[in-house]
Design a binder for this molecule. Structure first.
Ligand SMILES: [Zn+2]
Length: 275
């Protein structure tokens, strides 16, 4: 069994501030929290292997996507790193996997009690809905995996994130490492306890994999993106296929989800040009 792991950072135990996960202008706390992020990934890998998984690919999915510390990981995994990957947090998911884990994930923009909640680009995306349902990063990325028949098996993060995923994908095993107290505070278990919890949950997720289903959206797939600012909609409207539905909203309809996700990524990167 081959497992794909998309690893974000905001949902790591203890994280409650941007500085702790800012890899671009590293605050002294980043090095510490990066280690704990990596140890949570290692715990997920170890648990997966205890459950019978073999091949592991980790897609570094946070910030500039250069957070993986190879010294903290087993030698026999593959790691996808670096920014501007065409499919970003879901890059490489089409590569023949039997199941997926999302570690260190966080809530969607607009979620209450979700520390550091955002959807890809907090300065650009005010909301993204597909077929009328607001999507988190977990939803968007799970649907890309689902297009290739790969089910999401495990999510780790705060309670809001885990329960949000399970509301859409009830088969997903969750590891709740913290309770969010608004946007900038958490009530967390310790990193050591989080690693133990994730390791056990990962093992269970692999053992229960036969009950999981690929998550998909029914075609035609309509994506409505609400931007933070009107000038972002002005730019994104120029991408062929998008129509302007409101002053700050654009819409795209397609039958194939990879095109939808690719368009979403193009849209938020274009919107970021106005920041
Ligand atoms: Zn992140």
């Amino acid at each position: 069994m081959n497992v794909y792991i998309s690893s974000d950072m905001e949902g790591t135990a203890g994280v409650c501030a941007w500085e702790q996960c800012d890899a671009r202008k590293p605050h002294p706390e980043y090095a510490l929290y990066r280690t704990w992020m990596n140890r949570e990934i290692r715990a997920a890998i170890d648990g997966a292997r205890e459950g019978g998984a073999k091949g592991i690919t980790v897609n570094d999915s946070h910030g500039p996507m250069r957070n993986i510390d190879f010294d903290e990981q087993p030698a026999d995994i593959r790691v996808i790193s670096g920014n501007r990957k065409p499919f970003s947090m879901a890059q490489g998911a089409e590569g023949g996997f039997d199941g997926a884990f999302f570690t260190g994930y966080h809530g969607a923009i607009g979620d209450a009690n979700a520390t550091l909640a955002h959807t890809y680009s907090p300065g650009v995306i005010y909301d993204v809905a597909i077929n009328g349902t607001t999507c988190s990063e977990a939803t968007l990325n799970a649907a890309y995996l689902g297009w290739f028949g790969v089910p999401l098996l495990l999510v780790t993060g705060d309670r809001t994130t885990v329960e949000g995923v399970q509301a859409q994908m009830p088969w997903v095993i969750g590891a709740v490492v913290k309770e969010s107290i608004g946007y900038y505070a958490t009530d967390s278990i310790s990193p050591d306890a989080a690693q133990d919890l994730i390791r056990a949950a990962a093992r269970t997720a692999i053992e229960n994999a036969s009950t999981a289903k690929p998550f998909t959206f029914k075609a035609p797939i309509t994506m409505d993106i609400t931007l933070a600012r009107v000038e972002q909609a002005d730019l994104i409207e120029l991408i062929p296929g998008f129509t302007r539905t409101e002053s700050r909203q654009v819409r795209l309809t397609r039958d194939d989800y990879p095109t939808i996700l690719r368009a979403f990524i193009a849209a938020f990167r274009m919107g970021a040009l106005t920041l």
